[in-house]
Design a protein around this ligand. Structure first.
Ligand code: ZN
Length: 461
């Protein structure tokens, strides 16, 4: 039986607003548990916390699912300018940077674009350590930093130093990999970040014959990480599923408030709202809503990839997966699909909510989040439209640093996310199977598309 939509909407939005548990979840994950690098004890505590919350709202079968993790650890690293007074610079190796001990003449390659490399004599690149900006050269077709590093490696460059984009001596954990690759975390060239300040100083002091030394202490290890899954079982078509997911892990020293305490808190809150509706009115989603929290997103999407291969063979596939990540980057403006097929259908569903939400389609498969392994397996997937083009709060520019703390979050928009998602998922759950657009996604064609798009830049800003 279809719910009384007015009544359901009022209850879901009312409970999203009054009695919200979002701030509690954020405090527990970010303040009490803290840094949650996948494979660590604290990541496991975060997974157990999520499982406890799933149990508290009586999702069926909450499970903490262990999976094998290929992880990385770094110790002391340094960048030294040799000679003169031997200056030591701020340093942070990229994630999964190999252990490195190199020295060589320093060469400034700008952004490291092909035309810039062409202008430098080959013997000056061969054996050099380069200073390269990781941002995009604003004059030509954008090329990923990953590909530019590959070009540098091909030219015989031994390592790269890249200045942080933001000032204040802030260093962040950054990835020099392309997660479309296999393995996802392969780094083409040892690369370390220095602060914007030290990068500028290096550029100022650079003269012919400047030699630098880069040391990175790093270890690659096999470990264990954890996914969590719980179902709100469908009342009419329990075999059919919609997946709502977020990742609970963080980078190596981040408290992970925006990335991604925000997403996990909204995941838990959406589950609570829908469970509460069932308790109060007897209205339960018609198809199953599966809530999932992944480990190791920050380590090349290993958790979501393990989850997809464990749960989804060729059939049956979930009808849709929605990924929640970095939700404090603006209010919810709509849904962004990875494939165009569901667009008119989704827009119609959003229109019934009368909140001015829009459905868009990305023109490339975005591998920067946990929706990607689902897309790759032919499962329609989506992210939420929030900051693209406008409305990104400046406080959310602390990603992958120790400054991504709960004071950077705006809790009120997060309450709205949970209310809107609960309403949307309930609607989607009641669309009869025969009215749901058929899934014609072909895994072979998707792989070809990923190949064709390899190296393209994700439009995440
Ligand atoms: Zn994230």
């Amino acid at each position: 039986m279809a719910p009384d939509w007015d009544d359901a909407d009022r209850r879901l939005m009312g409970h999203a607003w009054v009695g919200s548990e979002i701030a509690i979840h954020v405090g527990r994950l970010c303040d009490d548990i803290g840094v949650r690098w996948a494979g660590s004890d604290r990541e496991r505590l975060a997974a157990e916390y999520v499982a406890d919350q799933f149990r508290a709202v009586e999702l069926s079968g909450p499970e903490v699912e262990e999976f094998g993790l290929q992880t990385w650890e770094s110790g002391r690293s340094s960048i030294m300018v040799v000679g003169g007074n031997g200056v030591s610079l701020d340093v942070r190796p990229c994630l999964f940077c190999p252990a490195t001990a190199v020295s060589g003449p320093l060469e400034d390659v700008g952004w490291g674009m092909p035309h810039e490399l062409d202008a430098i004599p080959a013997d000056r690149l061969n054996g050099a350590i380069v200073l390269a900006d990781s941002g995009f050269e604003p004059f030509s077709e954008p090329r990923t930093f990953h590909l530019r590093l590959r070009d540098l490696a091909t030219a015989g460059v031994r390592a790269a130093i890249t200045p942080a984009a933001v000032g204040g001596r802030r260093l962040s954990d950054f990835s020099a990999s392309d997660w479309r690759d296999n393995p996802p975390c392969a780094v083409p060239l040892p690369v370390a970040q220095t602060s914007r300040e030290d990068g500028a100083k290096l550029r100022r002091c650079l003269s012919e014959g400047t030699t630098v030394t880069l040391n990175v202490d790093a270890t690659f290890l096999s470990g264990t990480s954890w996914n969590v899954v719980g179902d709100l079982t469908g009342s009419i078509w329990p075999q059919e599923t919609l997946v709502l997911a977020a990742h609970h892990d963080t980078t190596t020293d981040s408290f992970g408030a925006n990335d991604n305490g925000a997403g996990v808190a909204v995941l838990l809150e959406t589950a609570r709202l829908l469970a509460l509706l069932t308790r109060e009115t007897g209205v339960a989603p018609a198809r199953t809503i599966r809530f999932a929290s992944f480990g190791a997103e920050e380590q090349g999407l290993q958790g979501s990839a393990a989850f997809v291969s464990k749960h989804y063979g060729p059939d049956p596939k979930p009808r849709l997966m929605i990924n929640l990540d970095e939700l404090a980057t603006g209010s919810m403006k709509g849904v962004v699909l990875q494939f165009p097929e569901l667009r008119p259908f989704m827009q119609h569903q959003l229109d019934t909510m009368n909140e001015g939400l829009a459905c868009h389609v990305l023109s490339q498969l975005d591998a920067s989040g946990d929706m990607f392994p689902f897309s790759r397996a032919g499962i329609p997937s989506a992210i939420l439209w929030r900051w693209r083009f406008e409305g990104r709060h400046p406080d959310t520019g602390f990603g992958h640093t120790a400054a991504d703390t709960p004071d950077k979050l705006r809790i009120r928009p997060l309450k709205e996310y949970a209310g809107f998602l609960a309403r949307l998922l309930l609607r989607l759950s009641f669309v009869p199977p025969e009215e749901w657009p058929e899934n014609r996604l072909d895994v072979g064609e998707i792989e070809q598309r990923i190949e064709d798009e390899r190296g393209t830049v994700f439009r995440t800003m």
